[in-house]
Design a protein. Structure first.
Ligand code: AMP
Ligand code: ZN
Length: 461
C-alpha cells in the first residue's frame, strides 16, 4: 500500500518511496542533554516512534540515527549565549561530562518507559569530534566559510537557496534582524561551525582551530553523513528546528557536497500546556515522574498524543489525560473480551478493518483515524479471538501494550483535580520549608476525605 508523508521541504503531502528498496535511512534530531525531558520534548520522540513503527508495519527495515547533543548548543539556537551544557554544570555544581551522562541516561530511560523503539544508532556529539572536523575542513576547502579571531562561520550568502525549508532568504532575514546581531557576522543568518574555546569551556579539543569545539548544527550534518551517506530518506525534528537548525544543516551539506541530505523533512508541532508554552517559570515543566505522581502511566500520555495529528499543536490538560486513561482502560478490557470470544468472524471483515487501519497510518500517520478503526473493532458486536489478534497487530504501531494490565489503574487512584492541586501546593510549601503551611494543607486534604503520604519523590495518596 502506498505511503504518503507531508514534506516540509516541498510543503506537500507526497508519496514516500525510499532510495533503497528494502531499507529506510533516517535521521532524527535528538535532545540536548542538559536537563530532564519535559512532556513536550517527549511528544517529539513519540512522533518519531510512530514513524518508525509505521515504516516497519509496511515491511521496511530501518537504519535510523538519533544524535545526543552534549556540546556546542548555545542558549539561543542562533549562536548567542553560553553553551547549555556549561550552564547546567554551573547550576548543578558538576562538570559537563557528568551532566551529559546523567541526563542522557534519564532520557533513554524515558524512551523505554514510553515504549519508544530506540533508533539503531545513537550518536553522541562528543564521540564524533573527528568526524565533524573532517566535515568542516571540506566546507572550508569548498569556500563557504570565513573566520574571525574566535569563530569559523558559514557564509550563507554563498548559497543561492539558503532558507529553502522555511521559505526565508538571506535578504529577508537581514531585514527582519534585530539591530544588535553579532557584528562579526557578515550576514545575520550566518552561523558558527567551529568555535575557539575559552579556558573555562571544559569540553574542548585540539583541532585545526586550536583548542576549540564544534557548533551545534555541525554534528547532525557530519553524523548523518557518516552513518547514512550524502543522501538519505527522512529527516525529523520539531517545528522549532525548521528556521535555523535544519536550514543550517541543509546549508552545511550543500557546502560539503552540494546536496540536500534528506528527501523528506518531517516536523512535529508543539505540545502546549493549558494553551501556553512549557516553561520552568510557569511551573508546568512536567516530566514523566510528575505524570506518574498524579496516577498516569507513560502509556496514558502516549494515548493522549493520539488525539491529534503530529502536525497540529496539541493542548495538554489533566482532564484530557483523565479521559485518555479511561479510554485506555476500556481499550484493554475490549481486547480481553475479544480474546475470550467464541464468535466466528468472516475473513472479509478482518481484511476490511486491516485495510482501513493501514490506510490511516499510511496517510501521514493519521493516528486519530487509526484509533477510530480500533474503536470500531472494540465495539464489534461479535467477540472473536481473530479480532483480538488483529488488535495485537495494530499494537505493533500503537505500542499501547494493549494485552497488558496497566499499573496504577485502580479507581481509587483517580484523585480529583482539586485534591491534586492542594497536594502540589503542599509539595511547594515543603520545598520552601514552610512546615506550618504544609500541615495546614495536609489537614485540608484530610478534611476532604484523602490521606496524603510523603515519599522520596514527592507524595502519594
Ligand atoms: P531540545 O532538547 O531542547 O533540543 O529539544 C528536544 C526536542 O523537543 C526537539 O525536537 C524540539 O523540537 C522538541 N520540543 C521542545 N519543546 C517542545 C514542545 N513543547 N512540544 C513538542 N516538541 C518540543
Ligand atoms: Zn539536528
Amino acid at each position: 500500500m502506498d505511503i504518503y508523508f507531508y514534506n516540509t521541504l516541498t510543503k506537500k503531502k507526497e508519496k514516500f518511496v525510499p532510495l533503497d528498496e528494502n531499507e529506510v535511512r533516517m535521521y532524527s534530531c535528538g535532545p540536548t542533554v542538559y536537563d530532564y525531558s519535559h512532556i513536550g520534548n517527549l511528544r517529539a520522540y513519540l512522533f518519531m516512534d510512530s514513524l518508525r513503527r509505521t515504516l516497519k508495519y509496511n515491511g521496511y527495515k530501518l537504519k535510523h540515527v538519533m544524535n545526543i547533543t552534549d556540546v556546542g548548543h548555545l542558549t539561543s539556537d542562533a549562536d548567542e549565549g553560553e553553551d547549555k551544557m556549561m550552564k547546567a554544570a554551573r547550576r548543578e555544581n558538576k562538570d559537563p561530562w557528568q551532566i551529559a551522562q546523567y541526563y542522557m541516561d534519564v532520557f533513554l530511560e524515558d524512551l523505554k518507559k514510553l515504549n519508544i523503539d530506540i533508533p539503531e544508532i545513537i550518536a553522541r556529539a562528543t564521540e564524533h569530534i573527528d568526524v565533524m572536523e573532517q566535515y568542516v575542513k571540506k566546507i572550508i576547502e569548498n569556500g563557504y566559510t570565513y573566520q574571525t579571531e574566535d569563530t569559523v562561520y558559514f557564509d550563507t550568502s554563498k548559497l543561492p537557496n539558503y532558507g529553502i525549508l522555511s521559505g526565508k532568504n538571506v535578504e529577508e532575514q537581514k531585514a527582519g534582524a534585530r539591530v544588535d546581531f553579532d557584528s562579526n557576522k557578515k550576514n545575520v543568518s550566518d552561523f558558527a561551525l567551529w568555535i575557539k574555546a575559552p579556558k573555562e569551556h571544559i569540553m574542548q579539543w585540539d583541532s585545526f582551530f586550536g583548542k576549540s569545539y564544534p557548533g551545534w548544527h555541525l554534528e547532525c550534518s557530519a553524523m548523518g553523513y557518516k552513518y547514512l551517506g550524502e543522501e538519505f530518506d527522512i529527516h525529523t525534528g520539531g517545528i522549532d528546528h525548521i528556521p535555523i537548525h535544519h536550514e543550517n544543516e541543509i546549508a552545511q551539506a550543500q557546502g560539503f557536497c552540494g546536496k540536500i541530505p534528506a528527501r523528506f523533512w518531517m516536523h512535529v508541532n508543539f505540545l502546549k500546556i493549558d494553551g501556553g508554552k512549557v516553561s520552568k517559570s510557569l511551573n508546568n515543566f512536567y516530566t514523566l515522574s510528575d505524570l506518574k505522581e498524579r496516577g498516569f502511566e507513560p502509556e496514558v500520555f502516549r494515548m493522549f498524543n493520539y488525539s491529534s495529528s503530529y502536525r497540529n499543536a496539541l493542548n495538554y490538560t489533566w482532564e484530557g489525560m483523565d479521559a485518555s486513561k479511561k479510554a485506555l482502560i476500556k481499550l484493554k478490557e475490549g481486547y480481553k473480551n475479544h480474546l475470550n470470544g467464541k464468535d466466528d468472524i468472516a475473513t472479509e471483515v478482518i481484511n476490511k478493518y486491516e485495510e482501513e487501519f493501514h490506510q490511516a497510518i499510511n496517510d501521514d500517520l493519521n493516528m486519530p483515524q487509526a484509533l477510530s478503526v480500533v474503536w470500531e473493532l472494540i465495539k464489534y458486536p461479535q467477540k472473536s479471538k481473530r479480532i483480538a489478534d488483529l488488535l495485537l497487530k495494530f499494537d505493533t504501531v500503537l505500542a499501547l501494550k494493549i494485552d497488558e494490565q496497566m499499573e496504577n489503574n485502580e479507581t481509587e487512584k483517580n484523585i480529583p483535580q482539586e485534591i491534586i492541586e492542594l497536594a502540589e501546593k503542599r509539595k511547594k510549601a515543603r520545598e520552601n520549608k514552610d512546615w506550618a503551611e504544609s500541615d495546614r494543607l495536609r489537614d485540608l486534604i484530610l478534611e476532604k476525605g484523602y490521606t496524603i503520604k510523603d515519599t522520596k519523590d514527592g507524595y502519594e495518596f
